[in-house]
Design a protein around this ligand. Structure first.
Ligand code: F6R
Length: 341
């Protein structure tokens, strides 16, 4: 019998508190969208600079924007970035060197620039250069502050007419999901799935708008549950990853494929999933499907994202670890600062 109360004591970093507040944080963050100045209008494309938990906001935005958006996780910018580009630097801490490096380079190429951060060197740079920046509430892990990093962008793009869906429409389904995933919930599907994923290597598959969501599942399982995980996207994975199934029974017996599904999946993607399920079964590989809920594709994608966050939270507890600390990331950043290899 699972002693959830005892397991929750592992959550010393209070990830539960951040997680349970996601829908309300999203609502508050939509308000922050008003702070993005109107003089940034008229851009032809946008580049979101960020790493890790900050960068994922750019990936999600890119899937819904009516103008081209890419996320750059690098020190350098693509060659095509110019005066018509809106440059959005996102760094929760404001101290991420890749983001700062690319942003500095971008300031020489475009004047349409904005940043989202709690402060740090990024805020200081913005103040120095007179660049608008959206202040993000401190006290979270960057990955747990996603609502504050994503929703201002969704709100801003929606206001500019660059997103079709109304971002506020996702709030109700997110609240419902949150309530169902709380530790007090009688039918907690996130906890059930976490129990299934224990001692497995989750391989999360998304398609189109759920591709970055699959990546978010992978990274949340890594950072919260401290567990290896993989991801890939359809239809691309049908052109490479599936060949790797051939030796999976010998090399990857702990693998478990999770298909993230929505009612908006392209019919040919849906067909591919059915075939993949047969292929996986014939090779004795385990799989399951998780379907997003909500009226719009934006709702369903964010529903899946929030559900994955809960799954990774419970998986951490089942693994006997505190979901919050990410010591290897901090150690690596320290070593870089110290100049050691
Ligand atoms: C930690 C996390 C990391 C950070 C990344 C970049 O919770 O998710 O992936 O997001 O190291 O740091 P920031 O977001 O401060 O620029």
């Amino acid at each position: 019998m699972l002693d959830l109360e005892a397991l929750l004591r592992l959550d010393e970093g209070r990830m539960l508190q951040a997680l349970r507040g996601f829908p309300e944080q999203a609502e508050r963050a939509l308000g922050l969208a008003c702070r993005v100045p109107n003089n940034l209008q008229g851009f032809k494309n946008a580049v979101v600079l960020g790493m890790g938990g900050s960068a994922i906001a750019g990936d999600i935005l890119a899937k819904f924007s009516l103008v081209p958006v890419i996320t750059v996780r690098d020190y350098r910018l693509p060659a095509w970035v110019n005066t018509e580009t809106l440059l959005i630097a996102i760094s929760y801490s404001g101290e991420t060197e890749e983001t700062l490096g690319a942003f500095r380079e971008g300031l020489r190429r475009t004047q349409r620039t904005v940043a989202l951060t709690t402060g740090g060197a990024l805020a200081a740079l913005c103040e120095e250069e007179g660049i608008p920046w959206v202040p993000v509430p401190p006290g979270f892990q960057p990955r747990a502050a996603l609502a504050f990093l994503l929703f201002p962008l969704l709100g801003c793009f929606a206001r500019l007419g660059y997103i079709r869906e109304d971002p506020a429409s996702v709030l109700a389904p997110l609240r419902e999901l949150r309530d169902a995933c709380l530790p007090t919930s009688a039918h907690n599907l996130a906890l059930d799935l976490a129990q299934t994923l224990r001692d497995k290597v989750p391989v999360v598959y998304g398609a189109g708008p759920t591709a970055p969501v699959a990546y978010r599942w992978k990274t949340q399982i890594n950072e919260n549950a401290k567990q290896p995980a993989c991801w890939a996207e359809l239809p691309e994975l049908c052109h490479n990853e599936i060949v790797g199934y051939e030796l999976a029974d010998r090399l990857f017996s702990q693998g478990l494929v999770i298909f993230l599904r929505t009612s908006f999946d392209h019919p040919r993607v849906a067909k591919r999933v059915e075939i993949l399920k047969e292929v996986l079964s014939s090779r004795g590989l385990a799989f399951l499907e998780v379907w997003g809920e909500g009226e719009s594709i934006l709702s369903q994608a964010l529903w899946l994202l929030h559900f994955g966050d809960w799954v990774s939270f419970y998986l951490a507890l089942l693994n006997g670890v505190d979901p919050t600390p990410v010591r290897p990331i901090q150690e690596l950043k320290q070593r870089l600062k110290a100049g050691t290899s």
